[in-house]
Design a protein around this ligand. Structure first.
Ligand SMILES: C[S@@+](CC[C@H](N)C(=O)[O-])C[C@H]1O[C@@H](n2cnc3c(N)ncnc32)[C@H](O)[C@@H]1O
Length: 299
């Protein structure tokens, strides 16, 4: 058994990890020891690893959902909405800096988006494309603040029909269902009837290598009006530096492997994909960088 005090001395652990270890110490000390050893790169037996994995699946809704639906909005929705009575593992994911930063990303995007909408609003109708939207909570929340205005509309596009069903319900509840179209399908094959003024790409590029991000941004450019704005989020290197434990747990068990990028790399992606860089903003932890770029036809 590895005592928590020793662990804390050896590596800088967040309060959330300490809470988790204290809870695991009471519930299943083998799992706690496994987590610590694996995180520190010490050898662990396959038997213990399987035991820990089974424990995680049966004791964490967030972990089990992530394992079953890698990269889906089920995980992010839990982080945005929380859980009523979370068990220790889930409390960890909700309390950890990386978990909080995901929710903060949503808040900061919902704050920034109206300012960008205003830039396009004076030109008449504004059409927003939310690519890989999940339910599209961000767009639903923002459009609900423009009650009575029908010149701002959006299309939520996702391959996950269940996420879109959830989005339709949320939109109806907030009275904005008439302003949002929900399209089920692969965004790489999406053929819009009208091009977008603004495109949101949130939680899509994070696991992708730079080259693939360039390809996706080039594809998105075909859906964007000339002069339109693309906002794309990326996980930052700061996330890995400041919350390595959550990054490690998600990568180990959830196969949630991210490619952490800095501003210069994100700028480069926009440039190579043919956008004019408009700047960026981030959540208050600096764990997600939202790049902004404008499309132009001749490059
Ligand atoms: C991590 S979730 C993010 C959801 C939402 N944008 C948010 O910020 O919470 C990623 C979403 O992208 C969707 N997605 C990934 N690749 C896609 C593709 N090629 N076509 C359509 N949807 C895709 C997934 O189904 C999932 O809902």
């Amino acid at each position: 058994m590895v005592p928590i005090q020793k662990i804390m001395r050896e590596i800088k652990l967040s309060e959330a990890v300490v809470h988790l270890f204290k809870a695991l110490e009471k519930e299943n000390n083998d799992v706690k020891d496994f987590l610590m050893k694996k995180f520190q790169g010490q050898p662990v037996s396959t038997k213990i690893e399987e035991k820990a994995f089974d424990y995680f699946i049966s004791h964490s809704v967030i972990f089990a959902a992530t394992v079953a639906n890698r990269g889906s909005s089920v995980t992010t929705e839990f982080l945005y909405d929380g859980l009523q009575s979370p068990l220790p593992m889930d409390r960890y994911f909700l309390e950890a800096k990386a978990g909080r930063a995901a929710k903060d990303r949503l808040i900061v995007i919902e704050k920034k988006l109206p300012k960008i909408i205003e830039e396009y609003n004076n030109k008449g109708n504004v059409l927003i494309g939310n690519i890989g939207s999940g339910p599209g909570r961000d767009i639903i929340d923002v459009l609900s603040r423009y009650s009575g205005t029908s010149n701002i509309k959006a299309v939520n596009i996702d391959k996950d029909g269940k996420a879109l069903d959830r989005g339709r319900m949320m939109a109806t509840k907030k009275g904005v269902d008439c302003l949002i179209e929900f399209v089920e399908g692969d965004f790489l094959r999406y053929k819009p009837t009208k091009k977008f003024d603004i495109i949101l790409l949130v939680g899509i590029l994070c696991p992708l290598e730079i080259k693939t991000c360039v390809t996706i941004l080039k594809m998105a450019k075909k859906l964007l009006k000339e002069g339109g704005c693309l906002i794309a989020s990326n996980a930052s290197k700061k996330m890995l530096k400041e919350d390595p434990f959550t990054c490690y747990v998600m990568e180990w068990g959830g196969n949630w492997k991210l490619v952490y990028k800095d501003v210069e790399e994100i700028k480069q992606i926009y440039k190579e994909a043919g956008y004019i860089w408009k700047g960026c903003f981030s959540d208050s932890y600096g764990f997600h960088i939202m790049g902004m770029g404008t499309s132009f036809s001749k490059i």
